[in-house]
Design a protein around this ligand. Sequence first.
Ligand code: FNR
Length: 362
Amino acid sequence: VMEGEPVNVNEFQELARQALPKMHYDYYTGGAEDQYTLKENVEAFRRITFRPRMLVDVSRIDFSTTVLGYNISAPIMIAPSGLHKLAHPEGEIATARAAAVSNTIMVLSSMSSCTIEEVASSCNAVRFFQLYVYKSRDVSAQLVQRAERNGYKAIVLTVDVPRLGRREADIKSKMILLQIKNFEGLSSTKVDNDDGSKLEAFAKRTFDDSLCWRDIGWLRSITKLPILIKGVLTREDAIKAVEVGVAGIVVSNHGARQLDYTPATITVLEEVVHAVGGKVPVFLDGGVRRGTDVFKALALGAQAVLIGRPAIYGLAAKGEYGVRKVIQMLKDELELTMALSGCPSVKDITRSHVRTQHEKFH
Ligand code: FNR
């Protein structure tokens, strides 16, 4: 049992567990099938160690950075995740305010429990919008146009969900879907299936599983916003993404909720970074729970990371304040890691500051 304020992300997870009904906690925390990847996303970070440099002036640490030209206070953004009202009554509005106060970017999920417009008018900040492409191209186009009209600065196209992964906890609990708000009034997106996970039923009915590379051209044709592609895990797809003109790549396995036995994202980051060759920025999400994890991702070539579950744990435990606290804890840990590694700014963090498991010499 914990005394007083939580001091790290794992303690926030425990508070979230205590605060939430089991079905909701399981929805947030779970992964697909055997949850091999779920464990690996976190474990793989632990196998990377540091090569810190001494006697560097670290009296001033600056971990601010830029993403698509926007300044943010730290290389830590909020990943898109659905249904924040199941975690806290204020839902995505609380998350968005926490991101704004923390001076970082939130990516709003298409599957949010507050609308694109509600989140946009809740506070002033740079925000991105995450898109799934639906069988109805009209529905997708309308979402993109609403995001653009409401001042979102980029579209984050998630490409790893032609179908929903098997999340067995949700199947057992018949995870209900009362709160997706962006689709109200669109009859093609209604769900009335009594068996298994409602989320799975929704995805099956509505997500376009024929989406392919040439459709990125269609998406580019309907918006002026830059497009980030989320869910790339191989050099092959990284090269294609650059070819079709995306503005950035998010290395992600969807927080281990889609294809089980994909590798931990941190273990494929370098492959993608190398293939991209600096043409567009590369981001990473999955398993980031410590400032040391953020540092490791930067050392292996990420421009910034995104956090999924940690933000939700903060939200569930303490609302907007909790999300702010989670971001602040990660910033404080990153700052200390930079100081102890001899890196006063993010551009000082290099490949030679970390050691992966099999490297003997660098
Ligand atoms: C997600 N994720 C996600 N991704 C996406 O593109 N659209 C979405 O609607 C969702 N929804 C969602 C819900 C929940 C509950 C979780 C945990 C995750 C994936 C998310 O953006 C991100 O890739 C992972 O959460 C990153 O891993 P960590 O930080 O949770 O380990």
